[in-house]
Design a protein around this ligand. Structure first.
Ligand SMILES: Cc1cc2nc3c(=O)[nH]c(=O)nc-3n(C[C@H](O)[C@H](O)[C@H](O)COP(=O)(O)OP(=O)(O)OC[C@H]3O[C@@H](n4cnc5c(N)ncnc54)[C@H](O)[C@@H]3O)c2cc1C
Ligand SMILES: N[C@@H](Cc1c[nH]c2cc(Cl)ccc12)C(=O)O
Length: 523
């Protein structure tokens, strides 16, 4: 057994997970921790992963990075929501925004809306952000100030919180879109400038000692590399944790339909097309297509189930959806491993990123998982005795976050009104986690709240469940019976205030294109 505190980390993998981990650990521990990152020059990264949660701001703040430090280098834009197009029925859309749900007289505006909402657009009636998205607005004015009113919550939020400390106490109004490859490149520079050793080579063997702990890795051109703690960021391959240490992988495939994707990176004439301030998820015959607007191009891809659609058909559908700009762009076909490792930390090996788990990209959670895992690793970092309780605490937090997001994603398919193809018909009859079935029954008479959603931290607040349930439309919800006896005057006033606030912001904020063109001094 070791007698010294582990102070030598070896990371294998140079995708978003590898470089986010390297940069964060180096910032956390400085020169007291040696960090080496080995990445193959031949095995590519997954090449996607370009929309985030709003919580990612805590990652950049921890690295002491302001938006102006990293956004231009990553062609980044703002994301106010996910726009779900054609999930309830063709031609219908709704938003899942970064905006708290207001309450009046102890009941959420969703409840009041079910009782007597002003229009048939739940999202526009209850969220200001839905109108800003429809109008393509930026969340910041040209002078850089953030949209006002209750979104100025950061004023009360203490600075320097990690995501785990913050845990959704206030809701910041936007997230980001960024080019994955450019972020990895940016973080490579950040990391190596602070002493991370970067080795470009392939790990050919992982050597274990008699206790099943990693003693060293064998590389093709740099010999043996040893450390105290090994971090597996090798993507879906799981070279260290799943292959070498044999940790089983728990598939979610029985409850989530999609296992494949095809992606395109398409140049965009922003001046004519604008830069929509949201990720779009457009339902298709056998899955859905993501459209992520970046500065200068879009990232787009069809996420589908191979039992219902071939890769060739998926690529044809995607190219048709994008139009002529996609003609000369090469497609990236991806097989997705959906589920999570039974435990992400075994002995002296921690998996972070796709090697740990993945639930499909519908709500942009892959990078959130990475950020959460890194924070938890720092919180549970091993001492000289490698106390097993630290590994147990880490594994429980990481497994819960993935199991919780899995449930939330299953709800999107279970709740989708679409039933015009076998794929969508099967989403209604496919097995769902028992606990989710119980929750759906409860939500039909009592809306999602902090007591009746997935009980462990998984990054999604109750209002996210409301947005998806009301937006997808297939699960019938009823207002609280109490509202039949209540005076709705104050609630109606709040609906009017939301409408007026939205109109004021739409009238005064620049478009996202105007904002970024001004920031980047475009003609
Ligand atoms: C279709 C799709 C869409 C997605 N969209 C989003 C999104 O919008 N938002 C989001 O948050 N997440 C998204 N994700 C998830 C996101 O892409 C990943 O979480 C993120 O890219 C991290 O990937 P990774 O670093 O774990 O793996 P990878 O990017 O696959 O990197 C693996 C690394 O390991 C290296 N490697 C592998 N084997 C060896 C070896 N033997 N020796 C040395 N090096 C090795 C490779 O060279 C590479 O550098 C998406 C995922 C998919 C599949
Ligand atoms: N903590 C997450 C939860 C969240 C709240 N609203 C949204 C909307 C979308 Cl599209 C994703 C995630 C979320 C966060 O604030 O990022």
């Amino acid at each position: 057994m070791n007698t010294k505190n582990p102070d030598k980390v070896v990371i294998v993998g140079g995708g978003t997970a590898g470089w986010m981990t390297a940069s964060y650990l180096k910032k956390a521990f400085g020169d007291r921790l040696s960090v080496t990152l080995v990445e193959s020059g031949k095995i590519g990264t997954v090449g996607v992963g370009e929309a985030t949660f709003s919580d990612i701001r805590h990652f950049f703040e921890f690295l002491d990075l302001k938006e102006e430090d990293w956004m231009p280098a990553c062609n980044a834009t703002y994301k106010l929501a996910v726009r779900f197009q054609d999930w309830q029925r063709p031609g219908h859309h709704f938003y899942h925004p970064f905006e708290q749900m207001r309450s009046v007289d102890g009941f959420s505006m969703t409840d009041w809306w079910l009782q007597d909402g002003p229009t048939d657009r739940f999202d526009r009636d209850c969220f200001v952000m839905a109108s800003l998205c429809d109008a393509g607005r930026s969340p910041r004015y040209l002078n850089g100030s953030l949209l006002r009113q209750e979104f100025d919550e950061r004023a009360e939020e203490p600075a320097g919180l990690t995501m785990s400390e913050h845990q959704g106490r206030t809701q910041f109004p936007y997230a980001y879109h960024f080019e994955a490859a450019l972020l990895a490149k940016f973080l490579t520079g950040y990391s190596t400038d602070r002493g991370v050793q970067h080795i470009i080579d392939e790990v050919q063997e992982v050597k274990l000692d008699e206790h099943g702990w990693i003693s060293h890795i064998v590389t093709k051109g740099h010999g043996d590399i040893s450390g105290d703690l090994y971090i597996d960021c090798t993507g879906f391959r799981g070279v260290l944790l799943n292959q070498a240490l044999g940790v089983p992988f728990i598939s979610y495939q029985g409850t989530l339909p999609n296992d494949s994707a095809v992606a395109l990176q398409v140049p965009l004439d922003m001046k004519t097309r604008g830069i929509p301030p949201y990720t779009q998820a457009t339902a298709q015959e056998a899955g859905w297509i993501w459209t992520i607007p970046l500065f200068g191009r879009i990232g787009t891809g069809y996420v589908y189930a191979k039992d219902y659609c071939s890769p060739e058909e998926a690529e044809r559908t995607l190219r048709e959806f994008v139009g002529p700009e996609a003609a000369d762009v090469e497609a990236n076909h991806i097989r997705m491993r959906i589920g999570r490792s039974e435990q992400s930390w075994k002995n002296n090996c921690v998996a972070i990123g796709l090697s740990s788990g993945f639930v499909e990209p519908l709500e942009s959670t892959g990078i959130f998982f990475i950020h959460h895992a890194i924070e938890q690793l720092v919180k549970h970092f091993p001492g000289a005795d490698w106390h097993p309780q630290l590994r147990a605490g880490y594994n429980s937090a990481v497994s819960n976050v993935m199991d919780g997001v899995r449930e939330f994603l299953v709800l999107h398919y279970k709740g989708a009104g679409r039933n015009d193809t076998q794929y969508w018909k099967d989403t209604k009859t496919r097995a769902i986690p028992d606990a989710l079935a119980d929750r759906i029954e409860r939500w039909q008479v009592q809306l999602p709240d902090s007591e009746n959603v997935f009980p462990y931290y998984h990054g999604l607040p109750p209002y996210s469940y409301m947005a998806i349930l009301l937006g997808t439309g297939a699960i019938e919800l009823r207002p609280s019976p109490a509202l039949g006896l209540a005076d709705s005057t104050a609630a109606q006033k709040e609906f009017a205030a939301i409408r007026d606030k939205a109109q004021f912001l739409v009238d005064t904020l620049p478009s996202q294109y105007e904002y970024f063109a001004a920031m980047q001094k475009l003609p």
